[in-house]
Design a protein around this ligand. Structure first.
Ligand code: C2E
Ligand code: MG
Ligand code: MG
Ligand code: MG
Length: 285
């Protein structure tokens, strides 16, 4: 009897595995077509200054409008794109599309594009960035690429050379999700980043965790001596904003200022946001 149960459980387990594998394969096939079928879209989230008056730039965040499954978020398809190598196609699309979009804006705001560590395995990354800039006509200083610390971990010498080549194009480089994973302040000596983005988990926790606040302080303290800009990600309230500003963060991003939106709904000014919220959202400062 126990044996029978065990076997059933085993069969159940392999069926579940097959299911997961099948789902993955379906997503992989759909993703292959998603670019040509124009189902992938970039959404733009504003990044503001400490005065809280200007939108200095936007982060481009990918969304997949699946014809059957509806809206799929990046955490549910970027990992599959990375495993299957589709990330190279998807990453190039994001670069071209983001540059093309930014050129159409009336202002001179920057555009930040996320790069997967996988994209550093492709020797044509720098020429893809260069081509996106050339084809769109965007000035290089308006493009920023966001990388995570894992890029510095594996094959760091080759990757650092790639970062230097990107920098030589005039592109800005930001270190994303800082404080998570293998974070070490010593990484900041291996490459002159223009910006560090403090991971939103610390902003989320800083209200009730002294450790989170201590890490934020360590990062902002160090940035002052290194002359690096600090972006606070995931700012959701005016209390968080005011506190982070006091701690020395210079750039801000989060639902408090505006959610990621498709280009046609892109938030163009914070006055517009203030007006949309009935003027109640922004603290008087
Ligand atoms: P990320 O680069 O750290 O992007 C910030 C994430 O935080 C975004 O999630 C954004 O929507 C979310 N966020 C912004 N403000 C708030 C807030 O106030 N509260 C909360 N709870 N969340 C906030 P999203 O759009 O789901 O993207 C998740 C991750 O997927 C990104 O994290 C990035 O690592 C990756 N990703 C997105 N687009 C691309 C892309 O085009 N290429 C690559 N390689 N990765 C991408
Ligand atoms: Mg990012
Ligand atoms: Mg981040
Ligand atoms: Mg992230």
């Amino acid at each position: 009897e126990a044996k029978r149960n065990g076997r059933n459980r085993y069969e159940h387990f392999t069926l579940a595995m097959d299911d997961a594998a099948r789902t993955r394969r379906i997503i992989e096939n759909d993703l292959r077509e998603a670019i040509t079928n124009k189902q992938l879209k970039l959404y733009y989230q504003p990044i503001t200054d400490a005065e809280h008056t200007n939108i200095l730039g936007y982060e481009a965040l990918m969304r997949w409008h699946h014809p059957v499954k509806g809206l799929i978020m990046p955490n549910d398809f970027i990992p599959i794109a990375e495993e299957t190598g589709l990330i190279h196609m998807l990453g190039a699309y994001a670069l071209y599309e983001a540059c093309r979009e930014a050129v159409s804006w009336a202002g001179e705001q920057t555009i930040s594009v996320n790069l997967s560590p996988m994209q550093f395995k492709n020797s044509s990354l720098v020429s893809t960035v260069e081509a996106a800039l050339r084809d769109s006509g965007l000035s290089p200083h308006r493009l920023e690429v966001e990388i995570t610390e894992s890029v510095l971990l594996d094959d760091s010498l080759g990757n650092i050379r790639t970062l230097q080549n990107l920098k030589a194009l005039g592109v800005m480089i930001a270190l994303d999700d800082f404080g998570t994973g293998y974070s070490s302040l010593s990484y900041l000596r291996s490459f002159p980043f223009d910006k560090i983005k403090i991971d939103k988990s610390f902003i989320n926790d800083m209200g009730d965790s002294r450790e989170a606040l201590a890490i934020i302080r360590a990062i902002t303290g160090m940035s002052r001596s290194l002359d690096i800009q600090i972006t606070a990600e995931g700012v959701e309230s005016s209390e968080q904003f005011l506190k982070l500003r006091e701690e020395g963060c210079t750039l801000f991003q989060g639902y408090f200022f505006g959610r990621p939106q498709p280009s046609e709904l892109r938030l163009e000014s914070l006055e517009q946001q203030c007006w949309l919220q009935g003027g109640s959202l922004l603290p008087s400062i």
